[in-house]
Design a protein around this ligand. Sequence first.
Ligand SMILES: Cc1cc2nc3c(=O)[nH]c(=O)nc-3n(C[C@H](O)[C@H](O)[C@H](O)COP(=O)(O)OP(=O)(O)OC[C@H]3O[C@@H](n4cnc5c(N)ncnc54)[C@H](O)[C@@H]3O)c2cc1C
Length: 442
Amino acid sequence: MSLSVAIVGSGPAGFYAADALLKLELDCRIDLIERLPTPFGLIRGGVAPDHQSTKRVTKAYERTAQAEPVRYFGNVHLGRDLSLDELRQLYDAVILAVGSPKDRPLEVPGAEKRGIIGSAAFVGWYNGHPDFVDLAPDLQAETVAVIGNGNVALDIARLLGKTRAEMASSDITDYAAAAIEGSPVGAIHILGRRDAGHAKFTNKELKEMGALSDCAPIVDPKDLEAGVPADLEERDRRLAEKNLATLKGFAELDPGGKSRRVVFDFCAQPREILGGDKVEALRVERTRMEAGRAIGTGETWDLPCGAVITAIGYRGPAIPGAPFDDRRGTFVHDDGRIAPGLYAVGWCKRGPTGVIGTNKADGDLAAKQIVEDAGSGGKPGRDRLKALLAERGVRYIDYPEWKRIEAAEEAAAAPGAPRRKLVTIGDMLALLDENRAGTASP
Ligand SMILES: Cc1cc2nc3c(=O)[nH]c(=O)nc-3n(C[C@H](O)[C@H](O)[C@H](O)COP(=O)(O)OP(=O)(O)OC[C@H]3O[C@@H](n4cnc5c(N)ncnc54)[C@H](O)[C@@H]3O)c2cc1C
């Protein structure tokens, strides 16, 4: 009897789980269920549009999607089109790989003002994620504050600092490229509550900040005096050494006549958003480090700014039927096992940490656990899912249809760019339905 496995979410974690199951060469059918028509999760909607080489990892996912036991069901939203309980009745095992798509909120007075934007929304906006195409962030500001000291904060600052020409080989959406080009922003402040040695930037991304054609990195050499923190483990220590050397190089650079600046503000804890309906300034408290923790000193200053983008972490979506840890923002699980036949992988299991490849081990483990737990299978799986979606009038998108969307995006690309994304689900469906005659997928 064949084992039926549903994987919900087609980001890296979902694909690595499918691949791990394929490698076990079981008699198994694997259905990837994705709420968007398009696959690949944050590789399409999160990874920076000027980092195309990172996005090439999807070539491996593509082989997985096209393997015989695997089918893709895009445009199917668990929790809206069908419930988790229904899915569990249809499949021998269900793997949740739904990521952490929600911003952790900035919990300071005034955070509800206009002009405070979470990074999930801002990144989704410039990357053409259908949920955020209408965000229309107001970038008519001379100063933008980006809160956070990880790579997402760097991505955002870099994109605000790059020229149109530097973005020509990216797949940034046209509307975002135009808004950034038309913004009068001169200063982009990156604020971290801890010191430079505790910043989570990877060194390769940090270095990029020193190589922009019309944007200079600004670092106060005093912020580097503390050196490599004593509390770090060996791996973090090596990272801190490299980052401090890079930041020292920035401190010595002459910003020259560049029209934009990225200013690194360390030991800077946001305390309040000031202004009327809209943000006018950020009140910041100076911190000092004590055993790896940032402690407020009571000294504050106001940073006038017209927009604040928070890049302070993400939370998973709660799905009825799966216990959710509200504090961690992940499902409650025991080493990936949520309940009999229900597993979690990727960010919805571990929280939003690590690089793309970190998600692979979760898939390997889930596949192993399924083999241990599932017995011989026998649930109806795919056929019943198709029938249920048909009954409910859910227009799902299969992999050949996604390839047609992809081909249209590539054909529409500006010279030098990889693609021009379709950014609404309506446009994607219209494209497929226009071309439907004679091209039905198996
Ligand atoms: C802005 C940003 C930039 C990044 N850049 C890099 C980088 O350059 N290099 C790197 O190594 N890592 C990077 N990462 C980290 C990397 O993207 C993550 O490690 C990885 O995407 C996590 O994989 P995941 O599958 O758990 O989640 P995701 O990639 O978020 O995938 C989850 C999928 O589940 C789908 N889904 C959610 N809810 C439902 C539902 N109810 N029903 C059906 N489907 C659903 C979503 O639409 C999505 O496709 C970045 C992360 C962010 C946020």
